[in-house]
Ligand binder design. Structure first.
Ligand SMILES: Cc1ncc(COP(=O)(O)O)c(C=O)c1O
Length: 386
């Protein structure tokens, strides 16, 4: 990452970054979930050091020091206790873990419940292998996006096998409260559902704490697979790396059996960076979080004063903001309007679930000047068409 964080420097000359190279040069890219900030120097150093020892095959289970670091972080920071290295399965990244959960814990024709809007691979993992999606839309209230428990009860059936949860939630930024998670856990237990909880964003929380659903009690822990990984916390998506965690080793075994031969082995550079991040990257992480919080607050102020017609609730975690443009006459084409006229690339709403046309997801993990310039461009176009 260059030191001077301006668009010309961020658009690397090699075409490495999909964020900066998918669109023409005059477009500001605030879409895919990469941060435009430098990675922790401790991570760079650990990667260089790791290279000195060659990059041969790793141990099948992965680096035992990394496994221990993940366990310690889960226990001390997030309160997920009672785990041993055998309760962890390192995956090449988190999305394969999502697919492995669907493949291992459900059969074709069975139903999978998920709260929408949600990170699109949740929906493709259900659809790609012939499972039946059951979408439960969250409701945007002035206090924030809320789970519609009545709708969940209406949707669940004897054919429902799995509840897929994203917490902290992409794209709403919700960090679910203890009482919400307890209600979800009670629901899952009563209907004998397995639970997949993607907690990849757990370290990027402004209003927390982040609570793993598996930490609530032993009963729900025995029915849950928690997914995590390094890439959102440390801005290292290109290296991959992920972990599936369960107190119930049989669930991990089912996932392994269902994906036999296709999951590859843990990436040695990713393991080295992840351990360095957990062990030495916490100061960097705090500084980065403060920077993100500042951008989040700036975005909220801007929308309130300049674009009050945009529906928005500030995220409690993540660096993503879901913007509702449905009040505008151009709502149905908002993605193209912002791309072509404002020259700002955001993520379009429909991939996040049915009913999100007219919504855009904005990634504010970029220097303040870029956030401001993008918002000025968006406001100018919105005001001119309104
Ligand atoms: C909730 C969630 N899960 C998984 C991923 C992707 O993880 P990976 O790149 O490790 O496959 C993302 C990326 O933004 C995400 O937001």
């Amino acid at each position: 990452m260059p030191d001077d964080l301006n668009p010309a420097a961020l658009r690397d000359p090699h075409g490495y970054s999909v964020k900066w190279h998918l669109y023409p040069e005059d477009v500001l890219p605030l879409w895919v979930a990469d941060m435009d900030f430098p990675i922790a120097p401790e991570i760079t150093q650990a990667l260089m050091e790791r290279l000195r020892y060659g990059i041969g095959y790793p141990k099948g289970q992965g680096d035992s020091l990394l496994l221990q670091a993940i366990l310690t972080e889960q226990e001390r920071k997030h309160g997920l206790k009672g785990l041993e290295p055998e309760n962890l399965w390192l995956t090449s990244s988190v999305v394969p873990g999502i697919y492995a959960t669907v493949l291992g814990l459900t059969s074709p024709g069975e139903e999978v419940l998920t709260l929408t809007p949600v990170y699109p691979p949740f929906l493709s993992a259900i659809n790609d292998y012939g499972r039946i999606p059951k979408h439960s839309p969250m409701v945007r209230t002035p206090q924030g996006w809320e789970i519609d428990f009545e709708e969940l009860e209406r949707l669940v059936s004897p054919a429902t096998r799995l509840l897929m949860l994203c917490n902290p939630q992409n794209p709403t930024g919700r960090v679910f409260r203890r009482e919400e998670l307890e209600r979800l856990a009670e629901f899952a237990l009563r209907h004998r559902l397995w639970v997949m909880s993607d907690e990849l964003w757990a370290n990027l929380v402004y209003e927390g704490p982040h609570i793993p659903i598996a930490s609530l009690n032993g009963e729900i822990a025995a029915r849950t697979v928690t997914l995590s990984g390094p890439c959102k916390t440390y801005n290292t998506a290109g290296l991959g790396g992920g972990v599936a965690i369960s107190h119930n080793k049989a669930l991990l075994e089912r996932m392994k059996q269902a994906t036999k031969g296709v999951m590859g082995h843990p990436n040695v550079m990713s393991m080295a960076m992840w351990r360095a991040g957990i062990e030495s990257g916490q100061v960097w992480l705090q500084q980065t979080l403060e920077r993100l919080r500042g951008n989040r607050d700036f975005l909220g102020d801007f929308l309130r004063t300049r674009l009050p017609q945009v529906g928005y609730v500030p995220p409690q975690g993540t660096y993503l903001a879901l913007l509702d443009f449905t009040a505008f006459p151009f709502a149905k084409d908002v993605y193209q309007v912002m791309l072509k006229q404002a020259k700002v690339a955001l993520n379009d709403g429909p991939p996040f679930g049915p009913g999100y046309q007219g919504y855009l997801r904005l990634n504010f993990a970029t220097p303040r000047e870029i956030v401001q310039e993008a918002l000025e461009r968006i406001a100018k176009v919105a005001e001119s068409i309104d």
